[in-house]
Design a protein around this ligand. Structure first.
Ligand SMILES: Nc1nc2c(ncn2[C@@H]2O[C@H](COP(=O)(O)OP(=O)(O)OP(=O)(O)O)[C@@H](O)[C@H]2O)c(=O)[nH]1
Ligand SMILES: [Mg+2]
Length: 418
């Protein structure tokens, strides 16, 4: 059962908006009546939604593309097209979303139900009925639908455990989680039995439960990437409390004090803050060490045995206390953080001598008409650009009479009295 994928790429694309329609009322067999072309429907949005039933990013590994439905085109007789259905993609709690190209953090979906708009559907185009005005009695153009937003995302899952079990390979981490929770990880008497983190819920009483993560064993050099160290340290980073398990009966004869020193060294080398995390340190396999051996080891800390259960409830109690304290102290779950600025409005960019490009959703939308060749469509474009303040921006940017101005595929000649 290998299903733990903690990083993946995802390509999302909102649905395209439907096109607006050009149509006229037929009042008699001959006469052309007023415009009655309906609007296109908006394209569907794509949302990422955190869901506690989802535990990995596995679903995206083989199928990284998600598309929402397109909006339906408008029709005559003022019939508006239906909007495209929105899509909700469920992700595990603790999913962090990055822009794949820039590496910017876009959102963090922490709690069940947190949602983030990953790709907006395109707006539907307006039908010609919407362009009726005193001057324009029979508008012969309509807007095209807008394309849905598209982007490549990188998702990373940080486990949301309360307690991370930290220890050398074979220290008894999986055995411990199997006796305190319903988790049934593989247990064996050799190092690196656990290759993927396991989560278990420890139920202390009706009001108290916490989540423990059994993390694969760390070795010296983990902070430099040894033994998949970085991946596992990343999970440890997200836990509120650390539980260090030190093998009192180490096969290699490494003393518990030495294990503790090495583990703390690796944690600190990875992130110094990890040393500030509350932690509970305990010697494991107490059933196989005699009191005199324990004395010889010089270990006077907590001890437990997952086999005889000696000391287990005390360790669980201490962990529960620490988790409780941390939960009180910090508002861990801040919810959704959205850092993405909306790309709207208008901007001017100089592309060459005598050539400028207008950027931004609003200006691009102005020229997204089904037919930009008719005089009335052109006068509509002038009017809209004026409203967006484009002539002022162009003159500020140094445009002169006769310069070429681009908007998408569309271009026109600049004249200051536009
Ligand atoms: N006698 C005794 N043996 C134990 C105890 N806890 C674990 N063991 C044994 O120690 C060995 C390793 O236990 P695991 O729980 O697989 O250790 P781990 O820390 O998860 O190891 P990795 O997954 O390799 O990092 C197994 O043979 C267990 O049966 C204990 O309390 N007493
Ligand atoms: Mg294990």
């Amino acid at each position: 059962m290998s299903g733990f994928v903690d990083e993946c790429q995802l390509n999302v694309r909102g649905g395209d908006g439907g096109a607006g329609c050009v149509s006229f009322r037929r009042e008699g067999p001959e006469a052309m009546g007023g415009p009655n072309g309906g609007d296109g429907g908006n394209g569907g949005n794509i949302w990422l939604v955190a869901d506690h039933n989802v535990s990995s990013l596995l679903a995206f590994r083989d199928h990284p593309h998600r598309r929402a439905d397109n909006g339906v085109h408008g029709k005559g007789k003022d019939l508006h097209g239906r909007r495209g259905e929105s899509m909700e993609i469920t992700v595990p709690m603790g999913t962090v979303v990055f822009d794949m190209y820039t590496g910017d953090t876009l959102a963090e979906l922490v709690n069940h139900g947190d949602r983030w708009l990953a790709a907006a559907g395109g707006r539907g185009g307006r039908g010609n009925a919407k362009f009726l005005s005193n001057k324009r009695r029979a508008p012969s153009f309509a807007e095209q639908g807008e394309h849905g937003e598209e982007r490549w995302l990188r998702l990373e899952l940080k486990l949301m455990a309360d307690v991370a079990l930290v220890g050398f390979p074979n220290a008894g981490k999986s055995t411990f989680i199997s006796v305190v929770s319903a988790a049934k990880p593989k247990i064996a008497n050799y190092p690196f039995t656990t290759l993927e983190p396991n989560l278990g819920v420890v139920r202390v009483d009706d009001d108290t439960e916490f989540v423990v993560a059994d993390i694969p064993g760390l070795i010296e050099g983990a902070s430099e990437g040894k033994g998949l160290g970085h991946q596992f340290l990343r999970h440890i980073e997200r836990a509120r409390v650390l539980c260090l398990l030190l093998d009192l009966a180490s096969m290699d004869g490494v003393s518990p004090q030495e294990q503790e020193r090495i583990l703390l060294n690796e944690l600190g080398a990875y992130r110094p803050e990890l040393l500030e995390r509350p932690r509970v340190t305990v010697g494991t396999k107490a059933d196989v060490v005699q009191p005199d051996e324990l004395e010889a080891l010089g270990w006077d800390g907590l001890i437990m045995s997952s086999v005889t259960r000696q000391g287990v409830s005390e360790v669980v109690g201490r962990l529960a206390q620490q988790v409780h304290d941390v939960r009180q102290a910090i508002e861990w779950a801040e919810g959704v953080v959205v850092l993405r600025p909306e790309a709207s409005g208008a901007a001017v960019e100089r592309v060459a001598d005598g050539e400028f490009r207008l950027l931004g959703r609003d200006v691009e939308r102005v020229v997204a008409l089904n037919d930009v060749t008719t005089p009335e469509a052109l006068s509509y474009i002038d009017y809209r650009l004026e409203r967006l303040g484009v002539p002022k921006m162009l003159s500020k940017a140094g445009a002169r009479e006769g310069d070429v101005i681009w908007i998408g595929e569309f271009s026109f000649e600049y004249s200051p009295d536009l």
